[in-house]
Design a protein around this ligand. Structure first.
Ligand SMILES: *Cc1c(COP(=O)(O)O)cnc(C)c1O
Length: 393
């Protein structure tokens, strides 16, 4: 069995492209061209040059000595927090802005919830001098003022979605409407391994630089390319997809996905999709999502804005259903405690999303000689106020 997408964008029973007819030409143009463009030397050269000189790759693979001592196993941290803009998201936006240029597009749209993907998109649009419109729910605009300011400073236009719950899903609807109305000149940059085919596969490939680097870095440090486990938090699943990518078909490498349980799986305030989700269609893709009996998408909850999503990408739905991936859900409290611990053991303040991945040691025991790579998806600066309020610092 392969855990990669097939040519129709299916991972097992999940994936595909469930889109309104009016969006078909946009997705079809991308589908027909993305693999061809990604294989062109002029594309790969520019992509890797920018990852090196602009993003700051390769990011270090750091042996976390004090954390390893505490949990009696060998823990390595893949330092995506050291990427320009402070998280892995920019790997994808760099790839997609170059894709947009190759397709002759001169306008970019995106949607954002907490604003992290909006900032990563505004960043690459500034870099390339391309017009950028970011849709964001009116409520999120009020909640995430610093990221709205960043996007504006970078030259993007932030448009408020004023319908429905005025959050991420409404911003997504507005972005799709815009794309339908501007099919020729506009590219839609989706921020995770979600959406209709070819987005999940394309985004996973752009993020796969993470596991490509882990392989040679681990070879240097441990004399072998494969860890025993690779661990990542899953919102939509892009940092996880990147960290797993080159290990998906290596059955000896254990894959651990960490979801946000919020206040607890049974509290009604959770984002643990594997535990609570059922098969359905969200954002153009068949996957697992949290929904009511009659199929209405349930409002998710997590203390971490990046994990506060009611679905997972189709790759992760397949990893869960097939048993290839082990899924663990972590509450707000457990994540916050783990984030504080990593700060004080390693001098690294992680994003709250990543803190969920650090909380697995209470649930999962490793052998002393196991090599466990944790993808440190982002830095915690953006979450400082949440940490301050939580710990009364
Ligand atoms: C956005 C974000 C996530 C969640 O997104 P994925 O697509 O699941 O990776 C995780 N960590 C950080 C730091 C983020 O900014």
């Amino acid at each position: 069995m392969s855990y990669h997408a097939n040519e129709k964008g299916y991972y097992g029973e999940f994936g595909g492209a469930f889109i309104p007819e009016m969006l078909y030409p946009n997705c079809e143009e991308l589908r027909q061209n993305y693999l061809k463009i990604m294989a062109e030397p002029s594309f790969t050269e520019e992509f890797h040059q920018l990852l090196k000189d602009y993003v700051g790759r390769p990011t270090p693979l750091y042996f976390a000595e004090r954390l390893s001592e505490k949990y009696q196993t060998k823990i390595y941290l893949k330092r995506e927090d050291l990427c320009h803009t402070g998280a892995h998201k920019v790997n994808n936006t760099i790839g997609q802005i170059l894709m947009a240029k190759k397709l002759g597009k001169n306008r970019i749209i995106a949607e954002t919830g907490a604003g992290q993907h909006g900032v990563a998109t505004a960043t690459v649009c500034a870099l390339m001098g391309i017009e950028c419109v970011v849709y964001m729910g009116e409520i999120d605009i009020a909640r995430q003022a610093p990221n709205v300011a960043r996007m504006k400073m970078l030259g993007a236009e932030v448009r408020a979605a004023k319908s429905g719950s005025r959050t991420l899903k409404d911003a997504t609807n507005e972005a799709i409407r815009d794309w339908i109305n501007n099919p020729v000149d506009t590219h839609y940059i989706i921020g995770s391994v979600v959406g209709p085919h070819p987005y999940p596969d394309m985004v996973a490939r752009f993020q796969s630089v993470i596991s490509e680097e882990i392989k040679w870095q681990l070879k240097e440090k441990e004399g072998r390319e494969n860890p025993d486990y690779v661990v990542a938090c899953v919102g939509g699943g892009s940092n996880a997809a990147g960290a797993y990518f080159h290990y998906l078909d290596e059955p000896k490498v254990g894959i651990i996905a960490v979801e946000a349980a919020g206040k607890g799986i049974d509290t009604g305030e959770s984002a643990a999709t594997s535990a609570l989700g059922k098969v359905g269609i969200i954002h153009g893709s068949k996957t697992l999502l949290m929904q009511t009996q009659d199929g209405q998408i349930t409002e998710p909850y997590s203390i971490s804005a990046g994990l506060d999503y009611p679905g997972v990408g189709p790759m992760h739905a397949h990893l869960f259903r097939s048993g290839r991936g082990e899924f663990i859900s972590i509450t707000d409290d457990e994540a916050m405690t783990a984030g504080l611990e990593v700060s004080q053991l390693e001098g690294i303040i992680p994003a709250i999303e990543t803190s969920h991945a650090f909380a697995i040691f209470d649930y999962k025991k490793f052998e002393k000689e196991d090599v466990v790579v944790i993808n440190l998806s982002g830095r915690g600066d953006k979450d400082l106020q949440t940490y301050i309020d939580y710990f009364k610092l």
